[in-house]
Write a protein that binds this ligand. Structure first.
Ligand SMILES: Cc1cc2nc3c(=O)[nH]c(=O)nc-3n(C[C@H](O)[C@H](O)[C@H](O)COP(=O)(O)OP(=O)(O)OC[C@H]3O[C@@H](n4cnc5c(N)ncnc54)[C@H](O)[C@@H]3O)c2cc1C
Length: 757
């Protein structure tokens, strides 16, 4: 009897909006205890979500970027969540849709908002033009480096530099201590009081740290004054101008840089979308963390306020809400009774005071010193570690014991995590073997270029017109159907451009996992919207297609294009003396493999997706204008495999400059960890055609030769005298990493096909 594959149908969609502290717990909980049938989508502005508690340590130079950011990509992956990077500013609550600027709306059954807050000084006139808010933190961090450099340079020239910080709470105080420490230290100044760096704190209150006990307030003030920090009390800021703070009824205060770290506020769009808010504009929730207006919308962290239990805006509260939120979302999704959560009344605050010291404040308690910093450091880093050091992805191999020997079983186990995208192609060794044994019908109008198998079939329509056809299909290499379809479509069009043709129309084949009808409808809609977006950009009609229900998401296209015969580009035709130009950096295979193992950083993947979305249209046009003698696109068989298809060993060989190969961010890191695509080992058979591998095997870029590319760049063989102009044109058209990677040489009668230099 035929065995039936079983998959769990998706029946509901949970959208987590914002990658804040509470949603970290929700993702972790759902990763550990998946709710079968629930699809999770995380939409967030920052894929590396900043942890503000560690910001002062970063400013003081103790931590680096990755120490203070949680990478949401591996975490989302572990929870099986689709990760979408978007900044949202609108909700359609009636139709349960999140409105996106860059892509079609995303429908939800349950929505949870954990979008943090912004300093309320954002609303003061001139704030965005003339001052820098401490949040969004990544905007602040991007500006901080500039400020620090300007200040250090000024001090080194013997000039003064001033920083004014608006706000009298812990964030301002920490910023004052840490920025003073960092700048003076970098300028080689040991004593703050003898520095020409002036730090000013401006607050509308008559004291600092108004929500803390007297000992905390007194100590902070004394400590700042002893470091010559100027304190301006009862100064309500009315406006910001260039290098000037205008205060109500008082003199203005000047500074080279103005920061603000004032009380919290949230943007207006949640209220404008119809969510109930409290007097201060925060999303009003009940003790179940459900919004008062929409039971299927939850909210937490700084952006929300629990009715009857207002609390200061602090990450501690957001963290504490995480688990109750996760459990209530699950209860809501499964029709169970929700449980109330009342936030604790007081939270411990650990505040950095520079010089690796900190103070602790809770109720009437106050402690200070190096040990408090060590304590804070441990708490912060333990928190980060929980989300950074994720358990390894286990490869499960279901094989009855005794069917194969232990060694074979071990090899199969190592390869049990199978790649998708171009890493899921059948290896060229198997493919060539099968194809060469087929006895196929021949037609006179099918154009063949000698023994070379081209990227597309060529059918002669008339003396002036050739039909160019390609077909390709992928198992999804990312779980976001829209982005997946965009990349897959761009990849499929690449074969047409590699032939020098213009795409005309396409037929699609879509495989959609079994799910509730509305979910299948959404998945297919997202898939097709992504596909059509890209086809439309290329003036290519979607002429039809087929869909089927499958165990996993998959998508492919048959693309038709046309070209005049004299315009066609071919793989064959390398001329001795040509240089080889590669348009895009390499590494998608190893990156996608790392992504599956939760080892790829979010920013690497975002940058890789951007590369995969760059069309080959302009590159093909550029190669044609620069009289390229041959062209192909680098895809599943990797650079070496595709290059070998271009070389006719009877008359040419290639010298490949390994060190010049352009590479995507993070790729060498993944290769050094020996993370390879499942197609890599088959592609590595191309090594047999490389003349001098021994001397180069240990070089980090060596393995790149065999890395399968999804939507990889075109490789063109361009006459030497055209190379400079060709590269200039490519770069002007967005192929920033295009470069010459080698040249075609006479093989002098030897069998060598590729020599590394
Ligand atoms: C300098 C400084 C130091 C601090 N130190 C501490 C401390 O030591 N301890 C402490 O407890 N608190 C501290 N805080 C307060 C703390 O930063 C906040 O209370 C906490 O970050 C709030 O967490 P959250 O989960 O609500 O949101 P956040 O952690 O701010 O996360 C918000 C998330 O939502 C995303 N997002 C925002 N808007 C959108 C949108 N429109 N569309 C999509 N995604 C969006 C963001 O990308 C981010 O992922 C400090 C604050 C500052 C400024």
């Amino acid at each position: 009897m035929m065995k039936t594959a079983v998959s769990t149908p998706i029946v509901k969609r949970l959208v987590l909006l914002g990658g804040g502290h509470s949603h970290l717990s929700v993702l972790m909980h759902l990763a550990r205890k998946p709710l079968d049938g629930l699809e999770i989508v995380l939409i967030t502005r920052d894929v590396h979500t900043p942890y503000s508690g560690a910001l002062p340590g970063f400013i003081a130079g103790i931590y680096d970027h990755d120490d203070i950011h949680i990478d949401l990509r591996p975490l989302a992956h572990m929870a099986g969540a689709v990760l979408i990077q978007e900044e949202i500013s609108n909700l359609d609550l009636e139709n349960k849709r999140v409105i996106c600027a860059k892509r079609p709306p995303i429908r939800f059954d349950i929505l949870s908002l954990n979008i943090g807050s912004l300093p309320d000084a954002t609303k003061i006139p001139g704030a965005t033009e003339f001052a820098i808010g401490v949040k969004p933190m990544d905007v602040f961090l991007a500006r901080w480096d500039e400020v620090k450099n300007s200040a250090v340079q000024a001090l080194k020239r013997g000039e003064s530099y001033s920083i004014a910080i608006v706000g009298g709470g812990p964030a301002s105080v920490e910023l004052a201590f840490s920025s003073q420490h960092a700048i003076n230290w970098a300028a080689g100044i040991k004593k703050h009081t003898s520095s020409r760096l002036q730090i000013k704190i401006i607050t509308a209150d008559s004291q600092l740290m108004k929500f803390h006990n007297k000992r905390v307030k007194d100590f902070t003030r004394r400590e700042l004054e002893s470091r010559a920090v100027e304190l301006y009390f009862d100064h309500r800021v009315e406006a910001f101008q260039a290098n000037t703070i205008i205060c109500e009824g008082l003199q203005s205060i000047s500074a080279d840089t103005i920061f603000y770290a004032t009380g919290a506020s949230i943007p207006q769009w949640p209220a404008q979308s119809g969510l109930a808010t409290n007097d201060q504009g925060f999303i009003a929730v009940n003790t179940f963390l459900q919004t008062l207006s929409h039971p299927y919308v939850f909210a937490c962290g700084d952006a929300a306020s629990t009715e009857g239990h207002p609390r200061p805006k602090s990450g501690v509260y957001a963290v504490r809400q995480g688990m109750p939120l996760a459990k209530n979302i699950i209860r809501f999704a499964t029709g169970k009774k929700l449980k109330p959560f009342v936030p604790q009344k007081n939270a411990l605050a650990l505040i950095y005071t520079g010089d690796r010291k900190a103070i602790a404040s809770k109720n009437k308690r106050f402690f200070k010193g190096r040990w408090v910093w060590a304590w804070k450091h441990k708490i912060d880093m333990d928190f980060m570690k929980k989300y950074r050091e994720l358990p390894p992805v286990k490869s499960t191999l279901k094989l009855a014991s005794g069917l194969v020997d232990k060694e074979t079983e071990e090899t199969l186990k190592q390869h049990a995590i199978r790649c998708a995208g171009c890493g899921a192609k059948v290896g060229s060794s198997i493919l060539n073997n099968v194809i060469s044994n087929l006895d196929t019908v021949k037609h006179d109008d099918i154009v063949v270029s000698g023994s070379v198998i081209e990227d597309a079939s060529l059918i002669k329509i008339s003396a002036k017109r050739t039909l160019v056809q390609t077909v390709d299909y992928f198992r999804a290499f990312i779980n976001d159907p829209w982005l997946f379809a965009r990349i897959a479509t761009n990849h499929c069009l690449g074969d047409i451009y590699a032939m020098g043709a213009q795409p005309h129309s396409a037929l699609a084949i879509a495989s959609v996992p079994f799910a509730a009808q509305k979910i299948m409808h959404e998945t297919l809609s997202e898939l097709m919207a992504g596909c059509v977006d890209v086809l439309n950009e290329h003036d290519t009609a979607l002429a039809g297609g087929h869909s089927n229900e499958a165990l996993e998401l998959g998508f492919g296209l048959n693309v038709n294009g046309f070209a005049r015969p004299d315009q066609l580009l071919s793989k064959s035709g390398l001329m001795v003396g040509d240089e080889l130009i590669l348009c895009k950096p390499l590494g998608t295979g190893t990156l996608l493999a790392a992504d599956m193992r939760l080892k790829a950083k979010g920013r690497w993947m975002l940058a890789a997706f951007d590369q995969m979305l760059i069309s080959s249209r302009e590159a093909a046009e550029c190669f044609r204008q620069h009289q390229a003698n041959a062209c192909t696109d680098i895809t599943g068989f990797g650079l070496a495999g595709h290059l070998l298809e271009m070389i006719n060993p009877d008359n040419a060989a290639v010298e490949l400059n390994l060190g010049s190969l352009p590479v995507m961010d993070g790729v060498l890191d993944c290769i050094s960890q020996k993370i390879f695509s499942s197609l890599h080992s088959d592609n590595s058979l191309a090594m047999n055609s490389i003349y001098n591998t021994e001397a180069f095997r240990k070089q980090p870029r060596f393995e790149l030769l065999f890395d399968p590319q999804t939507a990889g760049g075109l490789l063109g063989s361009v006459p030497a005298e055209q190379v400079q102009s060709c590269l200039q044109t490519l770069k002007a058209n967005g192929y920033a990493q295009a470069c010459s990677i080698g040249r075609v040489v006479d093989n002098n009668g030897s069998n060598a096909q590729i020599a590394l230099i």
